[in-house]
Design a protein around this ligand. Structure first.
Ligand code: HEC
Ligand code: HEC
Length: 508
């Protein structure tokens, strides 16, 4: 039976590729299934890593275009539904500095000490197949039972017993959400799209994307992206796997970028990360809306205006029309299209905090504040990595951003009524984090931070100028200083400037 979203041709080509490339080791059965392969579901990245592993471990040889076609076929026929990936998208979308939250501590100790927990939770299979995977681990990494966090338990017995049992219950092969998703019509993504995003350190972006179908869930894309004082035009190609997993590459004048996005189930919006091909840490989170079907406000920049200061505010959206009003502020529209409204806004001080902004019948929130009461630096804990220096692994930078807050009505910092005011222009510095890092002069050797809050690590390799000739790693404080007249506010974050990751698979 062919699931309705998948063409006869894709089924035929896919099964032939499995037969030609895999059936030598994976036995084909009369019912059309292949041993092992037919008993699990994975994300596109999961399938691609699986095929890469067949090549590295078992000597599979496969043409690049056949590998891509198999990833597409397997993701469409044995993929994950939107709801099944939701909790682990930050890892799938390669967001830098992600610290996985809410992972069962026992499963984390067993299965998330060499790789992320997302790598596990983004697969679906029954107990027997989880057990087969454990056997693969035991066979490949024989020391797995004796490493830290393993030897204080009976790792093998736990992994094959309660852990496989639990994973089979939490992440089984057959689920109603996947069956429902296969029965839902997967939408064509071509058309005009409106897109907004935020690039840490650089600011907010709004633009458009034109998507043209090339057939077989392949698309051509054309982007026009506006940042403050800069417009970037780019062109690329994308493919949609499993009916919603949008993967794209595009070329802009100064860089090549990649997109890992998820479409909504109605196919009218997308969200995900947009990042530099060689530096996934240079990444922006975007939201895209199809221009024909959605109405409303997508973004307001800046999101917060200061009482008494006339500020240019840009409202981005789709099909915008009608009067623009902001509670407690005078609004003068200077230009307006269905996509974008520019207005001069001056808050009169009668109200503060989050107030109603409306454009005709569409409403959103504008923040009004009297002063910045405190700052926070995000991420609170960042990682950079040495690189370059003639070695094969590029540097991994760390991007910081200072976000302003007001205390809110209770005048106390850190309570629920605090109001987020968005990114602030600050000056940046780094310093030694601890006595040990002061002793090693980490701040002098590990790298420097730019005016945009980008920490650029030093080159890899031993540094003969350093104590013990050690490398350029360091343990640092990142300090943001915000000046508003005579008031000076500061905030700090922690930065580990560490060594390279030699293996950077798609799902860490
Ligand atoms: C030369 C033999 C060989 C070929 C060819 C081969 N495999 Fe495998 N495959 C294995 C072996 C052995 C295992 C079990 C050990 C392991 O998981 O590495 C395996 C395991 C698997 C698994 C289970 C992995 C898991 O997550 O537990 C999948 C899925 C798979 N192969 C897919 C494929 C696909 C798809 C192809 C063809 C593109 C392929 N294999 C070609 C030998 C092969
Ligand atoms: C000793 C380190 C280590 C531990 C502990 C570990 N893994 Fe892995 N795992 C790996 C490595 C390394 C790979 C990647 C192999 C590759 O792709 O080259 C991997 C791959 C995987 C994959 C992808 C396999 C595929 O082909 O799609 C899954 C799923 C996985 N592990 C699940 C688990 C689970 C479940 C546990 C706990 C029972 C676990 N891992 C514990 C090291 C580990």
């Amino acid at each position: 039976m062919t699931p309705s979203n998948i063409s006869e041709t894709e089924m035929l080509v896919g099964n032939t590729l499995l037969s030609d490339n895999c059936s030598g080791c994976h036995m084909a059965s009369d019912d059309g299934s292949f041993s092992r392969i037919s008993h699990m579901r994975k994300t596109p990245e999961g399938w691609d890593m699986n095929i890469a592993r067949m090549m590295i471990f078992h000597g599979l040889e496969i043409e690049p275009q056949d590998r891509r076609a198999l990833v597409k076929f397997l993701s469409d026929t044995q993929g994950l539904a939107p709801a099944e990936t939701a909790a682990h998208r930050d890892i799938l979308e390669r967001k830098h500095n992600t610290i996985e939250q809410d992972v069962d501590p026992d499963l984390a100790a067993m299965c998330a000490r060499c790789h992320t927990y997302a790598r596990v939770a983004l697969q679906r299979r029954d107990k027997a197949e989880w057990q087969n995977l454990v056997h693969m681990h035991l066979g490949q990494w024989a020391s797995i039972e004796y490493q830290m966090l393993s030897r204080e338990r009976d790792w093998r017995a736990d992994a094959l017993g309660p852990v496989s049992e639990k994973l089979g219950q939490m992440y089984p092969l057959k689920t109603a959400v996947w069956a429902d998703w296969q029965a839902t019509e997967w939408k064509d993504m071509s058309g005009e799209w409106r897109i907004v995003g935020h690039y840490p350190g650089k600011g907010d972006m709004e633009g458009t994307m034109k998507v043209t179908s090339l057939g077989g869930d392949n698309y051509q894309t054309e982007f026009t992206l506006h940042f403050v004082g800069q417009t970037l035009v780019g062109k690329g190609k994308s493919i949609v796997h499993s009916g919603f997993e949008w993967r794209g590459t595009a070329t802009f004048p100064d860089e090549k970028v990649r997109q890992i996005w998820a479409a909504s189930t109605d196919g009218n919006s997308m969200t995900g990360s947009f990042f530099n091909k060689d530096h996934f840490e240079e990444s922006m989170v975007i939201t895209a809306w199809r221009k024909t079907s959605e109405n409303g406000i997508m973004g307001i920049v800046p999101s917060a205006v200061k009482v008494g200061v006339e500020t240019e505010v840009v409202i981005s959206g789709v099909n915008l029309s009608g009067d623009v009003t902001i509670e407690g502020a005078k609004v003068t529209v200077t230009s307006a299209t269905a996509d974008r409204i520019v207005a001069q806004v001056k808050a009169d001080g009668t109200t503060e905090g989050d107030v109603k902004l409306s454009v005709g019948k569409d409403v959103s929130i504008q923040t009004i504040y009297a002063q910045v009461d405190y700052l926070k630096v995000t991420p609170e804990y960042g990682i950079s990595r040495v690189g370059g220096g003639g070695g094969p692994i590029p540097k991994v930078k760390a991007q910081f951003e200072a976000v302003g807050y007001s205390f809110g009505p209770d005048s106390v910092a850190g309570t629920d009524d605090d109001v987020r005011l968005g990114m602030l222009q600050v000056t940046w510095a780094v310093d030694n984090y601890s006595e040990a890092s002061a002793e090693m002069q980490d701040a002098k050797y590990a790298g420097y931070i730019t005016a945009q809050g980008t920490f650029i690590p030093e080159v890899a390799g031993p540094n003969p100028d350093r104590k013990y000739g050690t490398n350029n790693a360091g343990d640092l404080k990142v300090i943001a200083t915000y000046t508003d007249g005579a008031r000076i506010l500061t905030a700090e974050a922690h930065l580990i400037a560490t060594v390279q990751r030699w293996n950077n698979p798609p799902i860490m």
